[in-house]
Ligand binder design. Structure first.
Ligand code: FDA
Length: 499
């Protein structure tokens, strides 16, 4: 059986490195199921018919090298998993025989405050990173996403943004170096991989160019005290006008101020709740003065606001009650684990009042529909579309993420919710970016199109590739042809060869 052969390959051909069998789990191992399911964020995929032949959970770089080379030798596909948050399960599902290389044991973090940098391994989570920074400094942070259980590996590979986006750009904009294992099992740093490959791994989406082991990041400066607020409104309080106004203001505010909107459908009460959820890099008095000048319509009062440290704000934005112990950031249990389907859009012109009303009409019927609008502008306007593969810069007013969750994991149930999501997406067409209708690769959506499994066709892949990467897609594909000529690192939405 291939499991035996693979283990032998790992132990004999790479005996210098791989003495430790505890890193290889086959379906008979008692820990196999636990490990397989442990970081899956969207259990919708748990009943999938495909399961990995083996899960390899290395502790050392050399074990990752060996796993890549043995997979190549026995023609097995590899799925790499860091935090397991992929929306479509691409880090642990595959239609042909495969192994998972799970980086769960590679999560060390080393922060250098004097240099204002850090090295972080791909298997660490954002929460662990934020916590580690705060242990060393109260005036540094990192501009990553808001969910603490997200893995560094997938997040930085696709861009990564959160509350510091308007001030410091994406997580990927703040990567200075990286170690990658390429298709030949070589370990390459920035200098060895070259600037083109280093460009591609900072936003070109995971799993196309190699396995990134670790990243050197730039720490960013934050004040000792910052301010957060959440102001919630219902439809009867004139919220439509307020959201309309927000679109005209939020992308142009000073970059210290980030105000996003979270809309939640409450089908049970036929209601919609719209929350203005904000982080300000300063104290309450300055924020109130700024809001009175720039967005008086919201009527923000000092008592709506909470002063806290930056690291406390990462727990606050993740939904933990204010004052929670910072150790909540280290909790491995996924906060938002549920069956879901998501999609994304970028908005370049404010959505008119009647367009917003149409959204509420759809949300008022649904229990578990969520829409998150994250304002861009600020630093994002200063970075060119081709600086990294993530092209959604100047001109994107805000990003929308639509999410539909459900509890019972049945086919009929799933189909109903997915259908609802697709019809919302269709409705939104006239109001969002066009040619292409852009999407965010970290909010992966296989509805946009997929590769043929064995015969990836560039033109066919442009259906989704241009949406994620615009003009950068061709450059990514040209590079892919060079660095992975046999298309070893492939998936339903990996970068295809340019041909
Ligand atoms: P996972 O391990 O599933 O990997 C994702 C993809 O990257 C897969 O294709 C995988 O093979 C590949 N990959 C993983 N590790 C790799 C490595 N070391 N080398 C090469 N390829 C690798 N995003 C955001 O920008 N801001 C946000 O606030 C949020 N919030 C959020 C909340 C919740 C609840 C979820 C589920 C997701 C988000 N996201 C997000 C999206 C998130 O950034 C995205 O899903 C990331 O790709 C997740 O990275 P993981 O490592 O966890 O995923």
């Amino acid at each position: 059986p291939i499991q035996k052969v693979f283990k032998r390959c790992m132990s004999t051909q790479f005996s210098a490195y791989t003495k430790n069998f505890e890193i290889i789990y086959n379906p008979e191992s008692s820990l196999y199921s636990y490990l397989l399911q442990s970081t899956i964020q969207n259990p919708r995929w748990l009943n999938a018919t495909t399961q990995p032949l083996l899960i390899v959970a290395p502790f050392h770089e050399a074990e990752v090298q060996a796993a890549v080379l043995c997979s190549k030798k026995y023609d097995l596909q590899v799925r790499v998993r860091s935090g397991g948050h992929d929306y479509e399960g691409l880090s642990f599902l595959c239609p042909t025989p495969y192994i998972i290389i799970d980086l769960i044991n590679m999560r060390s973090i080393d922060i250098n405050v004097e240099e204002e940098t850090g090295w972080v391994q791909s298997g660490a989570t954002l929460g662990e990173l934020y916590y580690a920074i705060a242990k060393k400094s109260q005036v540094h942070g990192f501009p990553g996403g808001v969910c603490p259980t997200i893995g560094i590996g997938g997040h930085l590979s696709g861009g990564g943004f959160g509350t510091l986006l308007r001030k410091y750009g994406l997580a990927a904009d703040n990567v200075l170096d990286a170690y990658l294992i390429d298709v030949n099992g070589r370990i390459l740093d920035r200098k060895a991989m070259g600037e083109e490959l280093f460009w591609a791994i900072r936003g070109g989406g995971g799993a196309s160019f190699g396995i990134i082991l670790s990243w050197k990041i730039r720490l960013v400066r934050v004040p000792k005290i910052i301010t957060g607020f959440t102001v919630s409104k219902t439809l009867d309080s004139g919220v439509t006008k307020l959201v309309h106004r927000w679109q005209e203001i939020a992308p142009y505010l000073p970059e210290d101020l980030f105000i996003r909107i979270i809309t939640v459908g409450d089908g049970f009460n036929k209601a919609v709740q719209v929350s203005f959820n904000s982080l300000f890099l300063g104290e309450i008095d300055t924020l109130i003065r700024l809001m009175n000048k720039s967005f008086p319509e919201l009527g923000l009062k000092a008592e709506d606001c909470i002063e806290m440290s930056w690291v406390a704000s990462t727990a606050y934005f993740a939904g933990f009650p204010n004052g929670s112990l910072l150790e909540v950031l280290l909790d491995k249990k996924q906060l938002f684990k549920s069956n879901f389907k998501a999609k994304s859009d970028f908005v370049t012109e404010p959505i008119p009042i009647n367009g917003l009303e149409g959204i509420w009409e759809r949300f008022v019927e649904e229990e578990t529909a969520i829409m998150i609008m994250d304002p861009f502008g600020g630093k994002m306007n200063e970075i060119s579309e081709s600086e990294t593969p993530f092209p959604h810069r100047k001109g994107s007013l805000y990003n929308i993420q639509y999410l539909k969750k459900w509890e019972k994991n049945g086919v009929r149930e799933s189909n109903r919710h997915v259908h609802w999501m697709r019809s919302l997406y269709k409705y939104m067409g006239p109001y969002v970016s066009k040619s292409p209708r852009a999407a965010y690769v970290n909010y992966r959506d296989l509805d946009l199109g997929t590769n043929n499994h064995d015969n990836t066709n560039y033109l066919q892949s442009t259906s989704w590739g241009i949406k994620y990467f615009k003009g950068n897609f061709k450059r990514l594909a040209q590079l892919k042809s060079k660095v992975d000529p046999e298309n070893f690192f492939r998936s339903e939405q990996s970068i295809p060869h340019y041909k």
